[in-house]
Design a binder for this molecule. Structure first.
Ligand SMILES: [Zn+2]
Length: 461
């Protein structure tokens, strides 16, 4: 190829144009908000877009101009679970499945495959089994920034846990809770004066068994957050004055928060993810040194495990609404926004339906707009899963005779794994959307570990 020679610009004009390029120096982002849609693979993004905005519409996350494709395999598995993938984003280290923010040599179970955790949620990790690795949240805290984690799952579930705790098996949630409590002996001192905001579910991990919780040590951890405002309902969260609150603990359910569909339909007194995100930002942004906030749409994953596409799409929209809320509140000249997922699922979009066909409906013929049929002569749904616990029957139920858009409809699956909720994660790559200073390297096909380095250097840590 011939070289191209510009003739119309003087040397001075070229130098001037170079000067005009925006500086992309490390440390230019004062704040980072890291949005994680648990299990929100590319198909879930597409299906949610069609569900809410139609084929030509756009999710709020899709307004972020810079995109990347992210490889999510873990240290020991082709298909990751949430623990090592979120840990990779937060620490830059690929670790084994089930491990939370520990070194790559950390094992989640013994040589017989027995997990290092009791059924009550107490860790049995032996000494010498790996070492903690610093998370970007801890590094931000050490640099004088405020930090927070917000989720719709238990606050001790794998994704939020990977931001602020270290344990060899993700199910050691009683230990994870103790690591967040500044007044407890097992507190993670790398959090300095503590998470400034922690919002989600999972009260059971903070309460003793005598109070209906899971703790076997008899401790009420909610009393070991000195200086914190503690709330347990959506109504109470609304009354929290960010100007007068520097530390906030909100545990709005004993277990995970309800799915968005149920929260709204049944008028449950839990906050929306958008409202939690707004409250967190208002508290954290008071710090002149900036902040790091992680926001998880955590129940997208659970609905997908249950092959209940409708609840997954509704929770994805709620997650996307939280992104919209954040975008409306922050200064994008000093705040980096990252939106991604920890792994895919096995949901796929079937057939050649005509445009405008409901994404939760059955596949149609483009021309006739009548149901297309499978080899057995029966219609089939647009969304199906590669595996799961809602198997095809032989003969199949006729999808034309049931409402496939009903709240409780479970999509058909290819491989029958038997138990309800058993659909597996997918091993495919996920999307990453970003905007704001320091995000230039978040493009192309990258490893999840690389995201850590970009965020860290953007914050100047
Ligand atoms: Zn999952």
């Amino acid at each position: 190829m011939k070289s191209i020679i510009f003739t119309g610009l003087s040397a001075a004009a070229v130098a001037c144009a170079c000067f005009a390029l925006p500086a992309q120096a490390a440390g230019e982002a004062k704040n980072v908000i890291f949005f994680l849609g648990d299990g929100m693979g590319p198909t879930t993004v597409t299906a949610s877009r069609i569900y809410k905005y139609g084929e030509t519409g756009k999710l709020n996350m899709e307004s972020l101009k810079r995109t990347a494709r992210v490889k999510t395999y873990s240290n020991d598995a082709q298909t990751t679970d949430s623990a090592p993938s979120m840990s990779a984003y937060m620490t830059g280290v690929k670790m084994n499945n089930e491990v939370i923010s520990m070194s790559a040599d950390t094992k989640a179970s013994d040589s017989t495959g027995k997990a290092y955790v009791t059924s009550a949620g107490d860790s049995t990790c032996p000494g010498g089994n790996g070492t903690p690795v610093a998370t970007v949240l801890e590094l931000a805290k050490a640099a004088g920034k405020s930090v927070g984690a917000v989720t719709t799952t238990r606050a001790t579930h794998a994704t939020p846990a990977a931001t602020y705790s270290h344990v060899c098996h993700r199910d050691g949630e009683n230990n994870i809770a103790a690591q967040a409590a500044p007044g407890n002996a097992a507190y993670n001192t790398a959090l300095k004066d503590g998470l400034d905001v922690l919002l989600g579910g999972g009260r059971r991990q903070f309460l003793p068994s005598a109070a209906g919780g899971k703790r076997t040590d008899g401790v009420d951890l909610t009393t070991q957050f000195p200086g914190y405002t503690y709330v347990t309902t959506g109504t109470a969260l609304k009354t929290v004055d960010p100007a007068a609150t520097n530390k906030l603990l909100g545990l709005f359910n004993m277990d995970h928060l309800n799915y968005e569909l149920d929260r709204v339909k049944s008028n449950i007194d839990e906050p929306s993810l958008a409202d939690m995100t707004e409250k967190a930002i208002r508290i954290l942004q008071k710090n002149g040194n900036g902040y790091f906030l992680m926001v998880e749409g955590g129940r997208i994953d659970h609905a997908l495990h249950g092959t209940n596409a409708k609840r997954a799409l509704e929770d994805t929209i709620a997650f996307d609404d939280a992104i919209k809320r954040a975008l409306s509140m922050v200064d994008l000249s000093n705040t980096m926004i990252v939106v991604t997922a920890d792994h895919d699922h096995t949901m796929t979009i079937n057939g050649y339906s005509h445009r405008g066909n409901p994404i939760l409906g059955t596949v149609t013929d483009i021309k006739t707009k009548q149901p297309a049929t499978a080899a057995d002569g029966l219609p089939y749904t647009t969304l199906v899963f590669g595996n799961g616990g809602s198997p095809r029957k032989t003969p199949r139920d006729n999808p034309a005779l049931v409402d496939t858009t009903a709240d409780g409809y479970l999509q058909e699956v290819g491989v029958n794994l038997g138990a309800p909720g058993s659909e597996t994660h997918g091993g495919g790559d996920v999307m990453l959307f970003s905007t704001g200073p320091g995000n230039a390297a978040l493009k192309g096909t990258i490893d999840n570990t690389k995201v850590f380095g970009v965020v860290k250097s953007a914050l100047g840590l």
